[in-house]
Design a protein around this ligand. Structure first.
Ligand code: ADP
Ligand code: MG
Length: 678
């Protein structure tokens, strides 16, 4: 058997099982082996019943002392009880509605049973114990728990994987010097340890090796991408356009020191004969848009075109309005290309882009995928908030060879982590907000006190302000999401905002309808906007003064911080109110962090500390960068090692290393799987 064989070749897999496995993304034996347990259950082997502890799962050898008569509970269940002797203590096995179970046991015979210990009036009891035919091990037993779908059972997964492990020996694929240096177990051992750990030590060893493997592959990808970019940096050496000074002098405000510094960094990049690949990190409201427009303006005045991409149509619209206001008087032709543009207009715009009649094209990320052809594209700016990964960015580089790329993100990430996550980019940080920004007062409040919150909102509306109400994204299911917005909309409309104009906004609406509602909200015709997180990204309504977030405990703190940034954009005192189910200390702590700080970087760091990366971004990053076991924050030291060794391997001129490197690169290209077998 080969790891690339179809999983169907394992005996015991019928068409139905195969179908279910496919649904879990398991097609080959390799996929099956990479389907790691989601968790483990610890089972102790008890030689003597005095070792029993409440709540512990045990395997115990015992003798049947007596079989009691069945009894009935109050709610009419049949209870069968068998009394076992385990060492010098008694152990009661109890089964519900399984009267025939008694036939399986004979008095004075010895059995091996497994189950969770519970003490009832000083008697040790196991409910529904399982009889084992033979003892798996004579020491602590760790049982893997697999994620299950459809008709899959843990037992089936266990057996299939055992079968695969029996028939396969996995070849080592890291250079020998790395395995030796870090005293890693072999890849074969690691896979076995993770699926069939004999003890905790082995499990940890296996996990460590596999996490390293993921981070190593991740580092290789980034280094190769960086290398590729550097080799292909035949950028255009733009000049500082004479019009730039005039443009900067005409801005409606003075740039902050941080903005000035970042603009300078960008202009230096633009002048270089190599193409720019720069990331601008800045908290919500730190003024990234204007930086993008300055970068763009200079390129356009060099006689080239620019593309500015936003993550949503609403935001693309907003950038468009801003760009028109600032750029058109300097004779720059700006056009918007989104899903709501009619087919006819789309064709026209595409033609104008191709002919070079349009200087700046603004749209959603779709414009890079659509077959838009530019006449001479000089710069692409992408306002990615937190939705893009290293690998998707790769697409950009394939669009034009020489253009500059500027990526803007509002997800504040500690610098060390950013270096890895955005390893392919140079980084600029805007660490200062424009002057006169008011602190947004933030409060968290228990669900039961909701009424107070909405009464306060009404009083703000009476003073002329507007309100956002955000309900959480319910899983990734649009139907559920829709119903959650509708429910909340009806509830608040009925109970609190009877004579007030309320609208809702959600992902299932057509972009046109969304935009109409947004425009009416901007104009102040709509007072309350009940929405999913579609408003999360950068909308600007200075008159909005209250942000209410329902089920705030379900959001990542970075996300809450972004949402909060929607208010406090004008002259009015603004508030963010987090309605939460405060069930745990952690939730409380997280809400307190929000209440006490307005600093995105600080918040992100605290959130990282409490919850890890996946949560911080509000979604699992795994799909993005192939990390399943490893966590970029928890395993940061391992990541550093992996990065160093990947660099070493790439630079090595040793024949063996070159061979391994080529094999890894080939595998990385062929497959999105992070582990490469050879
Ligand atoms: P973000 O970084 O979240 O994208 P924006 O670019 O949307 O922030 O800027 C937020 C608001 O601050 C906008 O209304 C913008 O016009 C304003 N702004 C940006 N820079 C300055 C500045 N230096 N002084 C005053 N206001 C500014
Ligand atoms: Mg923005």
């Amino acid at each position: 058997m080969d790891i690339y064989n179809d999983v169907g070749c394992i005996k015991g897999i019928g068409p139905k099982t195969k179908d279910t496995l496919n649904k879990c993304g398991i097609y080959s034996i390799l996929d099956l082996l990479l389907y790691f347990p989601r968790d483990y259950e610890m089972v102790s082997y008890a030689k003597n019943s005095s070792e029993f502890a409440e709540g512990e799962k045990v395997i115990v050898k015992c003798i049947v002392k007596s079989i009691e008569r069945d009894q009935r509970t109050k709610n009419n269940k049949v209870v069968s009880t068998i009394v076992f002797a385990a060492g010098d203590k008694l152990l009661y096995g109890k089964w519900f509605n399984q009267p025939f179970i008694k036939n399986k046991f004979k008095i004075n015979n010895e059995y091996l049973i497994m189950g969770k210990i519970k003490y009832i009036k000083n008697y040790a009891v196991i409910t529904s114990p399982v009889e084992l035919k033979n003892n798996p091990v004579s020491q602590d037993n760790i049982i893997p728990k697999y994620s299950l779908k459809g008709s899959l059972t843990n037992k089936l997964m266990f057996n299939l994987i055992s079968e695969a492990l029996n028939q396969i020996k996995i070849t080592e694929n890291l250079p020998e010097w790395i395995v030796r240096k870090y005293k890693f177990c072999t890849l074969d051992e690691a896979i076995r340890n993770v699926h069939r750990p004999q003890n905790r030590d082995d499990l940890n060893k296996g996990l460590q090796r596999l996490k390293f493997q993921e981070l190593f592959a991740y580092s290789m990808k980034i280094l190769v991408l960086k290398d590729f970019i550097n080799k292909n940096k035949h950028g255009i050496p733009f000049k500082i356009a004479p019009e730039l000074k005039d443009f900067k002098d005409n801005l409606p405000f003075q740039l902050t020191n941080a903005q000035t510094r970042v603009v300078r960094e960008i202009l230096i990049d633009e002048k270089k004969p190599a193409s720019m690949n720069r990331l601008v990190q800045g908290d919500v409201g730190s003024g990234k848009t204007i930086i993008a427009l300055i970068a763009i303006f200079n390129i356009i005045k060099n006689g080239y075109q620019a593309a500015f991409m936003a993550p949503t149509e609403i935001l693309a619209n907003q950038h468009y309005e801003e760009a028109k206001k600032l750029l058109e008087k300097f004779d720059v032709k700006v056009k918007l290309l989104t899903g709501s543009v009619s087919a006819k207009n789309k064709e026209r715009i595409k033609n104008e882009i191709k002919n070079g009649e349009i200087d700046l094209l603004i749209g959603t990320h779709a414009i890079i995928e659509d077959n838009v052809e530019f006449d001479n594209l000089g710069i692409v700016v992408t306002d990615e908030q937190h939705r893009f990964g290293v690998l998707q960015r790769n697409k950009l580089f394939n669009k034009g060879n020489n253009m500059d790329v500027l990526v803007m993100t509002a997800t504040p990430i500690p610098r060390t982590l950013a270096l890895f996550l955005y390893g392919d980019l140079d980084i600029s940080i805007i660490d200062e907000l424009p002057p006169g920004r008011q602190k947004i007062d933030t409060y968290y409040i228990d669900e039961d006190d909701k009424e107070r919150v909405y009464n306060f909102a009404v009083s703000q509306i009476n003073e002329g302000r507007q309100i956002y109400v955000v309900c959480p994204l319910v899983e990734e299911n649009e139907e559920l999401q829709l119903s959650s917005v509708e429910t909340l909309y009806n509830e608040v409309k009925e109970q609190y905002f009877k004579d007030i104009s309320v609208e809702m906004l959600h992902g299932k609406m057509s972009p046109k309808v969304k935009d109409e509602i947004m425009q009416r909200f901007k104009k102040g015709e709509v007072k309350v906007l009940v929405s999913t997180t579609v408003i999360e990204v950068g909308v600007n309504v200075p008159n909005a003064s209250v942000m209410i977030i329902e089920n705030a405990e379900r959001f990542g703190l970075a996300q809450l911080h972004q949402l909060r940034g929607r208010v406090g954009r004008g002259e009015y005192k603004s508030y963010c109110i987090l309605i939460a189910k405060i069930k745990s200390e952690i939730t409380k702590k997280r809400m307190e962090i929000m209440q006490n700080s307005n600093d995105g970087f600080y918040i992100a760091e605290q959130d990282l500390r409490i919850r890890g990366t996946g949560e911080m971004f509000g979604y699992r990053q795994s799909g993005d960068n192939g990390l399943v076991l490893a966590d970029l924050v928890e395993d940061i030291n391992l990541l550093k090692d992996a990065n160093i060794e990947a660099q070493r391997l790439i630079n090595s001129e040793n024949d063996d290393d070159i061979r391994i490197k080529n094999e890894i690169m080939k595998k990385l290209e062929e497959s999105t799987k992070y582990i490469c077998f050879n």
